[in-house]
Design a protein around this ligand. Structure first.
Ligand SMILES: C[S@@+](CC[C@H](N)C(=O)[O-])C[C@H]1O[C@@H](n2cnc3c(N)ncnc32)[C@H](O)[C@@H]1O
Length: 412
């Protein structure tokens, strides 16, 4: 049996599909398991306590590993749902809170099964019927409201119940996790009709969550809602080490991937909000972001690597109607990352070491060597000792590789 921390840490890649029979599910798989291992290894190198920053928090892997090894950790993310999740993941839960959450979970399930609360309204996720059958949605609406009733509207008990709720709702959904982006199983409608035994599933999920919560570290990291391109606004101290896995230039939308949780927990109210949040994120291209990218022009005030223009024109002139759009996508991605690296310098102590775990990508057979482009940006901004270390192949496409791009900030 996994603990919550193991489950959240050991998320496999999007290649593994949820198996309803065994109940094994990686839940929120933002970071492949091996990247988690790489992060752990990098952090283990520091014996004396250091101050570690992860500007792209995701589900909080770096911060959790840092505090587990006795370091101070601060992490930022632009996505409020992930900030909530990482805070819940890093919080310390007393025995009393865990017991209270177990009782509240049972009470919530009882209320939901008897339909003895005013149900929450159904989230306005596009084509919700593709995700959950009508009876399942009805149960989730009652359970959501019952969690607030029994666990309080906020606080640690509510957090723990809502993490279990997230696990349950994704298990009950028709979403398949065999692609990088969620897709739907083909025989959607009939695949999962509501089964009254799902109540037991929620309690199993809660037991699983509480089992992990009991082991949470006493030390807390600081998790901040903020933009990694503007760190100086959000951070008031300086750091010795950065370990992070930023978005890749591969069009993966975290908002799109996380939308079932974000809608049910009220972090997204409609498609427009979702698209706006995705546009704010580095590498976001979902919905409105696509049309904005068509008109997007480089600001011109960020340094971009000399080898980028040839990559961009290769993509723009590729044999594809979307070439110009994708070229803009890649250009904006590097402009955003350049802004981030530029700003990062102001929150680093002299001799700070930075590690970026990042993969390359391809657009219409044109290779975008993100690792080399990062190295060039870091060099331009005065970082030294720049190293690019291949970590592993990402999938069957042999040119797709993940790297650890590391460097030292000598101080200004
Ligand atoms: C590859 S994921 C990080 C995975 C993380 N290491 C983990 O353990 O889950 C990249 C993260 O960067 C966040 N992000 C994207 N743009 C951002 C920005 N401008 N500022 C801060 N975070 C951002 C995304 O929301 C996403 O959570």
């Amino acid at each position: 049996m996994y603990t919550i921390r193991e489950a959240l840490q050991q998320r496999a890649d999007y290649t593994h599909q949820f198996n309803l029979k065994t109940g094994r599910h990686g839940w929120l798989r933002l970071t492949p398991a091996y990247s988690v291992k790489v992060v752990e290894e990098l952090i283990e190198r520091y014996e004396a306590p250091v101050k570690i920053l992860d500007p792209f928090c995701g589900t909080g892997t770096t911060a959790l590993s840092a505090v587990n090894h006795g370091h101070a950790a601060v992490t930022t993310d632009i996505n409020p749902f992930l900030v909530w999740l990482a805070r819940a993941k890093l919080a310390h839960y007393s025995q009393a809170v865990v017991i209270e959450a177990a009782k509240a979970g049972k009470a919530a399930l009882d209320l939901a099964q008897r339909e003895a609360v005013q149900p929450a309204s159904e989230p306005s996720i596009y084509k919700i019927e593709r995700w959950w059958s009508e009876p399942t949605r009805r149960f989730l609406c009652y359970l959501k409201a019952a969690i607030t009733e029994a666990g309080g509207p906020e606080g640690p008990v509510n957090d723990l119940l809502n993490i279990a709720f997230c696990r349950t709702l994704i298990k009950l959904s028709n979403a398949a996790f065999n692609h990088q982006s969620m897709s739907f199983k083909s025989d959607v409608q009939c695949l999962f009709e509501f089964d009254p035994k799902v109540g037991a599933m929620f309690l199993d999920d809660l037991t699983f969550v509480l089992g992990g919560a009991k082991q949470n570290p006493l030390e807390r990291g600081e998790i901040i809602l903020g933009d990694a391109r503007d760190l100086t606004t959000h951070l008031d101290s300086k750091f010795d080490v950065v370990v992070t896995s930023p978005p890749y230039a591969n069009r993966m939308s975290y908002i799109r991937e996380l939308r079932p949780y974000m809608y049910w927990l009220g972090y997204l109210l409609n498609g427009r909000d979702a698209a706006e949040l995705d546009w704010l994120a580095v590498g976001g291209t979902w919905g409105v972001a696509t049309s904005r990218l068509t008109e997007w022009l480089p600001s011109g005030d960020r340094w971009l690597p000399d080898d980028l223009p040839s990559v961009l024109s290769g993509i723009a002139n590729g044999d594809n109607a979307n070439g110009a759009l994708m070229s803009n996508y890649v250009a904006k991605y590097f402009e955003d990352m350049s802004m981030h690296f530029n700003n990062l310098r102001d929150v680093l102590n002299p001799k700070a070491r930075v590690h970026y775990i990042v993969g390359n990508s391809t657009f219409y057979k044109i290779l975008v060597s993100t690792e080399k482009l990062y190295a060039n940006i870091l060099r331009e901004y005065g970082f030294t000792n720049i190293e690019v270390r291949p970590i592993r192949k990402r999938n069957s496409k042999k040119e797709l590789i993940e790297f650890d791009v590391s460097a030292i900030w000598p101080g200004s």
